[in-house]
Design a protein around this ligand. Sequence first.
Ligand SMILES: [Zn+2]
Length: 159
Amino acid sequence: MPQAIQLRLLTNQETAALTRRAKFNTLRPTTCQQCGHIGGFARQIFWIGSVSRTERSSEETQGLLRYHLRHRYGVDYVFFKSHGTAFYADSACCPQCGSTRIEFDLEFTDALLAEVTKVTGLPLDAVRRKLQHHVERGAALPHLPDLTLPERDQLPTEP
Ligand SMILES: [Zn+2]
């Protein structure tokens, strides 16, 4: 476990810049699980420092991060995402009821599926099922390591 995890809420400007990137925003808020609101959500993204790549999917690390996010920022539900070399916790807040229990949905683009297929070595159908399964189980899961998508520059090169 890391000695001291750094956690910082991104500014509105940083959040806007990050969510404009298709790759980061592949998994995005769609529905409030509390009141059913669909559409626009306030986004809160936290930059996380001092967590190595291998620790990012660890249950212990994610549990610790969730604890801090809940107590320091009142955020109950987050998705962990790697983007470039950085690591983030992505969350949304319902403009109608204030809940952070928001369902995120994956946009199943061919590029996304191809990427995951390449990294995991699983057939396309299996990848689709696996991702869909995680999305259906929602953001309240203790950890979603499979949704910390690999970065393009880290993919194995073609033979
Ligand atoms: Zn709501």
